[in-house]
Design a protein around this ligand. Structure first.
Ligand code: ADP
Length: 162
């Protein structure tokens, strides 16, 4: 049984993330979507909110579960008995950082493989940051995120006024 971990900030989950999750779920026996708590980043959504949104988005996928971690990704992967890290590649700009992380993770644990899934062309421009920027300016984010995520975004910006 091959277990894969798909780590990220997911702040919030977009259709680009969901596409990677769906495709990973057809390749691996189990996929654990892992929300990363990075003390260096200040997310818009709390860990619980991000996890809850992913759970709702992936509820129809029987072999997908949602978790969270802080600290080393390779330690989380090992604790889950997983052998694969899944990452999405959008453009050449993603490549350098992803390449560095994959090599570092291999150095930390040579038994874990990183597998890259190439973004669908129609989602290759899509990121959580751009979605937040549009939503914060009152723009329409339908087609980029689900209706529930869109409503969460509207709620955040209505209350924070950011
Ligand atoms: P991180 O802060 O770890 O990059 P993100 O939530 O931004 O977290 O992204 C998690 C993973 O999903 C990364 O591998 C990223 O390249 C990938 N990803 C993000 N957006 C898309 C997209 N539109 N299509 C495909 N992969 C994506």
């Amino acid at each position: 049984m091959t277990i894969a971990v798909y780590p990220g900030s997911f702040d919030p989950i977009t259709f680009g993330h969901l596409d990677i999750i769906e495709r990973a779920a057809t390749i691996f026996d189990r996929v654990i979507v892992a929300v990363c708590l990075n003390p260096g980043k200040k997310p818009l959504f709390t860990m619980e909110e991000r996890m809850e949104m992913i759970v709702r988005e992936s509820s129809q996928l029987a072999n997908v579960e949602v978790g969270c971690f802080r600290g080393l990704l390779t330690e989380f992967v090992r604790r889950k008995n997983a052998g694969v890290i899944v990452r999405g590649l959008r453009a050449i700009t993603d490549f350098e950082n992803e390449f560095q992380m994959a090599l570092m993770n291999r150095k930390l644990n040579s038994e874990i493989e990183t597998v890259f899934l190439v973004a669908q062309p129609n989602y290759s421009y899509l990121s959580s940051s751009i979605v937040k920027e549009i939503a914060s300016l009152g723009g329409n984010v339908s087609g980029l995120v689900s209706e529930q995520v869109s409503q969460h975004l509207q709620g955040k910006y209505a209350t924070t006024g950011e």
